[in-house]
Design a binder for this molecule. Structure first.
Ligand SMILES: Nc1ncnc2c1ncn2[C@@H]1O[C@H](COP(=O)(O)OP(=O)(O)OP(=O)(O)O)[C@@H](O)[C@H]1O
Ligand SMILES: [Mg+2]
Length: 310
């Protein structure tokens, strides 16, 4: 059997949620393909549909319309039983909150999905040991989650997601609960996984450190793909949308409409990069702002980690 060039394909994917009288159109027709071995990033403002999209791709929820194809198979028409099997063998999940089982050790957490799989090529505990060692956790096999740091727990979660050697790894804000140093370690782990095993990775992120490392970046706005690019302009545009987001939620009261305009104009003029930098530098305690700054090429400012707007 020849393999399709893409691991994942969505066709006009739509999802609406009805709550009482209100219908929210979370996804308004997403069509995309992800190549085998690709590292795809998805960014976008809060509420733009990122988690909804990931949930549909992973078969955690069913679309209102459209299809999801994993390895050529339409997963939107499967029985719950068949879907459970696909989820266990073809898709690895990593969540912001790690979702490890607290009473099990790292080794047991990772061995669990192998025990549930129909595959016989892996011995659960040996497989778990191998992956944990590859992710630098060989000396933490018998620790429970509460005895591990956040970065270590997330690496255990990545190991668990990879336990059955799935072609596709989905991660929803995997560094969202981690500080900058731990985020970097987790990001390195994801990149190593992609490089060494050829696993296709789709990661939803607000973390510019992550977004700047992917092969391709998709920006979701209001349930639609607003842009697809892998260049600096896309990163700058995303920085602006992130700034606007902060302002909309009231986290960044000091930003004037003029400053937003200036930040937006970064797209047209390199000279205005300085303006964007000046805006971001007013958020010295925000790791995302620091990452954006680094991405914009100005280097991160000196920080005090508790600082807010200055
Ligand atoms: N189960 C649900 N019932 C009703 N509405 C929902 C449900 N899940 C998501 N939504 C709505 O769908 C939209 C998209 O939500 P989603 O969680 O996908 O956003 P997101 O891009 O992941 O945001 P964030 O960055 O905050 O995680 C939001 O308006 C949200 O309120
Ligand atoms: Mg989300």
């Amino acid at each position: 059997m020849t393999e399709a060039p893409y691991v994942l394909r969505t066709e006009d994917l739509q999802k609406s949620f009805r709550t009482g009288e209100v219908t929210v159109h979370a996804l308004r027709g997403i069509s995309m393909e992800v190549q085998r071995g690709e590292f795809l990033g998805i960014i976008g403002p809060s509420g733009s549909g990122k988690s909804t999209l990931l949930g549909l791709i992973g078969g955690l929820d069913t679309p209102t319309a459209g299809r999801v194809l994993i390895d050529g198979a339409d997963i939107t028409r499967l029985s719950e039983r068949a879907l459970t099997r696909i989820r266990n063998e073809k898709i690895g999940f990593v969540f912001q909150s790690f979702n490890l089982i607290p009473t099990l050790t790292a080794l047991e957490n990772v061995a669990l999905p192998v025990q549930f799989s129909h595959r016989r090529e892996f011995t659960p505990r040996q497989r778990a040991r191998d992956i944990l060692e590859a992710l630098g956790l060989g000396d933490r096999l018998h620790h429970r989650p509460s005895q591990l740091s956040g970065g270590q727990q997330q690496r255990v979660a990545i190991a668990r997601a990879l336990a059955n050697n799935p072609p596709l790894l989905l991660a929803d804000e995997p560094t969202g609960n981690l500080d900058t140093a731990a985020s970097a370690v987790v990001l390195d782990a994801l990149r190593d996984v992609q490089r060494l095993t050829g696993t296709t990775i789709v990661v939803v992120t607000h973390d510019m450190g992550v977004a700047s490392q992917v092969d391709r970046l998709i920006t979701l706005v209001d349930g639609e793909i607003a842009s697809q690019a892998n260049d600096r302009i896309a990163a700058q545009r995303a920085a602006v949308s992130w700034l606007k987001d902060k302002r909309a939620t009231g986290e960044l009261k000091a930003l004037t409409p003029e400053q937003i305009e200036q930040a937006q104009a970064v797209r047209q003029s390199d000279a205005l990069l300085a303006e964007a930098r000046a805006i971001l530098e007013r958020l010295p305690g925000d790791p995302a702002a620091r990452a954006w700054l680094a991405q914009l090429g100005g280097g991160a400012p000196a920080t005090d980690d508790q600082g807010g707007l200055s």
